[in-house]
Design a protein around this ligand. Structure first.
Ligand SMILES: NC(=O)c1ccc[n+]([C@@H]2O[C@H](COP(=O)([O-])OP(=O)(O)OC[C@H]3O[C@@H](n4cnc5c(N)ncnc54)[C@H](OP(=O)(O)O)[C@@H]3O)[C@@H](O)[C@H]2O)c1
Length: 237
């Protein structure tokens, strides 16, 4: 470990990119607080981290539930928050149900308020902290099927930049990491050989670690992470 031990809160840590981020920071010697709704997957993550000699505190939590988030994160001093939990239902606008639309807004947008609002006062008090949020290239590069999802990720970019200007003088960094397509179960995908061209979750975890590991006076505010290989038709690259 090259930096002092820190407390890293990762939302959506049960699988995919969030799991890779949790494993990465645990491997670097940090205390990981892993948030998701699925207890069984968090238990597997915790066991994997402990087996490798790391520490992990799982919290079963729906990040869209503001009251539950406030209660669960009260009294938790977080050095690095990774807002990773996200939902994507990529299909034509007229086929989206109101439930799908609402769920994307609740998890991709409203949860940013609940979780970030819960940890920022502690960061202000300690005059240090880092809020990293996983956006998407799909938030600025439009594609058919992305009306709601792409809109929520465009929000992420705008929100993060506005927040960055507000909190930098409190010693708090704000970054947004924007991956292209990543081989996960996102949008109902079953990971298989057809995903070989995509980024791996570990690639995104490495990018987040690089953003977090900058010297105190350096802020990487926005980072796009793309695959070098040719994307399948219809996907943001
Ligand atoms: N995969 C891609 O191609 C891609 C590209 C660019 C950006 N991203 C972004 O990367 C992030 C992670 O995506 P992924 O590909 O890893 O997706 P994923 O494999 O579907 O994982 C999503 C994670 O979010 C959690 N989650 C969903 N709803 C939640 C809720 N209400 N409360 C708490 N946790 C919740 C899930 O855990 P539970 O179900 O256990 O709660 C799971 O751990 C998302 O923000 C996504 O938009 C993905």
């Amino acid at each position: 470990m090259t930096t002092p031990k820190q407390t890293i809160l990762v939302t959506g840590a049960s699988r995919g990119i969030g799991r890779a981020i949790a494993l990465r920071f645990a491997r670097d010697g940090h205390d990981v607080v892993a948030v998701a709704r699925t207890r069984a997957e968090l238990d597997v993550l915790g066991a994997d981290i402990r087996a490798a000699g790391g520490t992990c505190r799982p919290i079963v939590l729906d990040v869209a539930d503001g009251a539950a988030v406030a209660a669960a994160l009260e009294n938790l001093d977080v050095d690095v928050l990774v807002n990773n939990a996200g939902v994507g239902v990529l299909k034509p606008f007229v086929e989206l149900t109101v439930e799908e639309w609402q769920r994307m807004l609740d998890v991709n947008v409203n949860a940013l308020f609940h979780v970030t609002r819960a940890v920022l006062p502690g960061m202000f008090r300690r005059k240090v902290g880092h809020v990293c949020t996983i956006g998407s290239i799909g938030g600025r590069s439009v594609f058919a099927g992305g009306t709601c999802y792409g809109g929520t990720k465009a929000f992420v970019t705008a929100w993060a930049e506005n927040l960055m200007l507000e909190v930098r003088d409190h010693g708090v960094k704000v970054s947004v990491i924007m991956p292209g397509a990543v081989a996960t179960e996102f949008n109902g995908n079953q990971v298989s050989d057809k995903d070989a061209w995509k980024l791996m979750p570990e690639d995104v975890a490495d990018a987040v670690a690089q953003v977090v590991l900058t010297p105190p006076h350096v802020l990487i505010h926005r980072l796009e992470v793309r695959t070098l290989t040719v994307a399948a038709k219809g996907h943001a690259k």
